[in-house]
Design a protein around this ligand. Sequence first.
Ligand SMILES: [Zn+2]
Ligand SMILES: [Zn+2]
Ligand SMILES: [Zn+2]
Ligand SMILES: [Zn+2]
Length: 144
Amino acid sequence: MGFFDKVKELALKAKCGVGIHGGEYSKVSNGPACLYEKTCPDCFDHLTKHMHEYGEFSYRNHYNCTMSRHCAHCEHEDLKEKHQGFTDAGMDDFCRVKEKCIRCDFTKVKKESHSWIEVSRTDTDKTMSCIRCKKMDKQPLTRH
Ligand SMILES: [Zn+2]
Ligand SMILES: [Zn+2]
Ligand SMILES: [Zn+2]
Ligand SMILES: [Zn+2]
């Protein structure tokens, strides 16, 4: 009997030790409505956590893509970056097709688009070169 009590005690300690405490969270009586607390019945730690209730995300300003939403109960602000949309920004000297965010000018590479021509060939592979950016690429010959 003593043995199993010991096992249980160790298990509880192990759980509390990695932050998994028992007990149920309930709202803090004299705090914001998003603040919860509990006291662990095993180690008697007092724990608090926020469960914010957010409104909708909206852009913070017109020149970048940072969106924010506020907790209805406290000052907490949640941020994320979400680009509004991308538009074609042409191709650079390295044949990278780029697109640009319509809101913040963030540019990303969509794909590479080379104009390959074959420049040499061996028994096993062929060497291609892009006539635009001079990039070389060796490709194995497919055997039939
Ligand atoms: Zn605990
Ligand atoms: Zn809150
Ligand atoms: Zn953007
Ligand atoms: Zn190219």
